[in-house]
Design a protein around this ligand. Structure first.
Ligand code: AMP
Length: 330
């Protein structure tokens, strides 16, 4: 197929279901920025995905804008990549429906989110169907590469299955994408519960979750209280020393080193935590300041996001038309 994918496109998004974390930055946002320039990139704020769980519309709108501001503040956008809000490009929803008509109930029932949360009273139907929306997000842009954290592999696997099934049933329509895992910090752990991933859906005041907009004092205090262990030796061993290894991974990702190589430099947990604190503050400080400037001028922020949506709309329209025709939707 001679399509835009020959230009090597990236596609990825972040759901504004909470204030973004250091995990979102290291596993996703910072990688988007690093990949810019080498390929065409489409990066979006996945506002529709945040509606699968109970939500407050006012907070949702604010988080959507704030996440957009963080994307731009981190260095995405302008003439380097396309940044947009998912719901501003209606093709995502239409393509999701075409893919729902391709997906099987059995495979959607096996998705982890649905298995974990689907049994609760009042579960939204969208918690069952959202993987089709996610597949639509990816397939609309003919992206070959999907740079996401390791927690997203099941979604990308399903997208590949749906694309291949569609292509076999209705004729070559979609580029089959691949997940591009992070080399480091693919799964930043919660500082208080190192067995869990650092998640933005945790309560706003969770001590183990470093938020991208935390002040330097809050960052320092959360890292100071990070759970370690009692043997006192700084060693990279994720199995037996998950807390210390998580701190080493964060530091390694930030300073561009490897966690095992960094360990011998530290004589105790205090100096390690101090170095992690300095590196996190140095990384997030400038982004937070730029975010605050953008949020202070909402009209300009909305104008930038609208311009991104327009560019995304024209890219998505081509593939949507092709998929509609293939399925016989005139
Ligand atoms: P989500 O927070 O589920 O909207 O995910 C947005 C992006 O951030 C995805 O690429 C995730 O894989 C990535 N991500 C989320 N949490 C983490 C984490 N703790 N460590 C590394 N990557 C993460």
């Amino acid at each position: 197929m001679n399509t835009a994918a020959t230009r090597e496109r990236d596609l990825s998004g972040i759901t504004p279901s909470g204030h973004l974390t250091l995990g979102n930055h290291l596993g996703a946002l910072r990688r988007f920025v690093q990949r810019q320039g080498r390929r065409e990139g489409f990066y979006f704020i996945a506002d529709l995905h945040a509606l699968t769980m109970p939500h407050d519309p006012v907070r949702h709108r604010l988080l959507t804008l704030s996440t957009g501001a963080l994307f731009l503040a981190a260095g995405l956008g302008a003439d380097r990549s396309v940044v947009f809000v998912q719901s501003h490009v209606p093709a995502h929803v239409e393509m999701a429906y075409l893919l729902e008509c391709t997906a099987h109930v059995g495979e959607l029932s096996r998705m982890i989110q649905f298995k974990e949360k689907g049994g609760r009273p009042g579960t939204r139907a969208s918690l069952f169907t959202y993987p089709c929306l996610m597949a639509a997000d990816i397939l609309l842009y003919e992206a070959r590469s999907v740079p996401v954290g390791g927690d997203q592999s099941q979604h990308v696997e399903l997208t590949r299955d749906l694309a291949e099934r569609f292509n076999v049933t209705y004729g070559e329509t979609f580029v089959v994408p691949e997940l591009v895992p992070a080399a480091l910090a693919a799964r930043v752990a919660d500082l208080q519960h190192p067995a869990r991933k650092m998640s933005k859906s945790a309560p706003d005041d969770a001590a183990g979750v470093l938020r991208m907009l935390d002040s330097p004092d809050v960052i320092a205090s959360k890292i100071r209280r990070a759970v370690t262990d009692s043997d006192g030796e700084v060693r990279y061993d994720p199995e037996t020393k998950p807390g210390v290894s998580n701190l080493l991974e964060i530091l390694a990702a930030l300073v561009g080193s490897d966690p095992a190589g960094l360990a011998p430099r530290f004589r105790g947990y205090g100096p390690l935590k101090a170095s992690v604190t300095d590196a996190v503050i140095a990384e997030l400080g400038p982004i937070r300041r730029r975010h605050d400037e953008l949020m202070a001028d909402p009209a300009e922020l909305v104008r930038l996001l609208d311009a991104g949506a327009e560019r995304a709309h024209s890219a998505a329209a081509t593939v949507l038309t092709r998929a509609r025709k293939a399925m016989g939707v005139a």
